[in-house]
Design a protein around this ligand. Structure first.
Ligand code: DX5
Ligand code: ZN
Length: 224
């Protein structure tokens, strides 16, 4: 079985107590902290930037997974790397030069990834596989927490799993396959079966009183 990671999205946390929320969700078993950056331009919502990332860094004893939903991308890369980001992912539609943006992330010392929207075809991955540490598949249209998982994502996960495995066989590099949007206790097993190994969950964790109970229930499903 793959080494499954759970990445709670703090988009659904209580922003008035962000440090405590992060500590609580790490105590509850989070592997990564998923940090959704929205700019009211690339997506129709506005969240937080590098200053907030820097403020939460001391609380984040696990890697911070920065999901950039901003356009343009490049100016934000060094800002987030300096603010303590460990992984930076962006949407290819938001960068004029995808290969350059990926290189900037690597040069800044972070792990890099591309995020594909539900309607974005997988062929954009082909020429940049050597620069990817993570491929993030959106299973909702980006911009908001609490949306429903789009079922056609399952087939796309299978496709990308096979691309990653073929690449890994030839190059011995490990690329994580992360899924973001509408991940719940009752669909996580199916998503894992399709080939995902890293699961973002916002409302399915922060929408409940006991974060540990939610994460344990997810892991129980993954162990099946
Ligand atoms: C959506 C964000 C997601 C979101 C997931 O644009 O990228 O990370 O917070 O939230 P849930 O798990 O509630 O669908
Ligand atoms: Zn996200």
């Amino acid at each position: 079985k793959p080494d499954f990671f759970i990445a709670p999205s703090i988009l659904s946390a209580n922003f008035a107590f962000l440090g405590n929320e992060i500590k609580a969700v790490i105590d509850a078993g989070a592997d990564w902290i998923h940090f959704d950056v929205m700019d009211n331009h690339y997506v129709p919502n506005l969240t937080f930037g590098p200053m907030v990332c820097q403020a939460i860094k001391p609380y984040a004893t696990v890697p911070i997974d920065v999901h950039l939903m901003v356009e343009p991308v490049d100016d934000m890369i060094n800002a987030f790397a300096s603010a303590g980001a460990d992984i930076i992912t962006f949407h290819p539609e938001a960068s004029k030069h995808v290969d350059r943006s990926l290189s900037l992330i690597k040069v800044a010392g972070c792990k890099a990834g591309l995020v594909l929207n539900p309607a974005t075809p997988v062929y954009v991955l082909e020429q940049v596989m050597d620069k990817l540490d993570v491929i993030l598949l959106m299973s909702v249209n980006p911009g908001f927490g609490g949306q429903s998982f789009i079922p056609s994502t399952l087939e796309k996960i299978r496709q990308v799993r096979s691309i990653i495995d073929t690449y890994a066989n030839n190059n011995g590099r490990h690329i994580r396959l992360e899924v973001d949007g509408g991940v719940k206790i009752d669909n996580i097993a199916e998503i894992a079966k399709a080939g995902a190994d890293t699961f973002v969950a916002g409302s399915a964790i922060f929408g409940f009183e006991d974060y540990g109970k939610q994460i344990s229930a997810m892991r129980e499903q993954l162990a099946k």
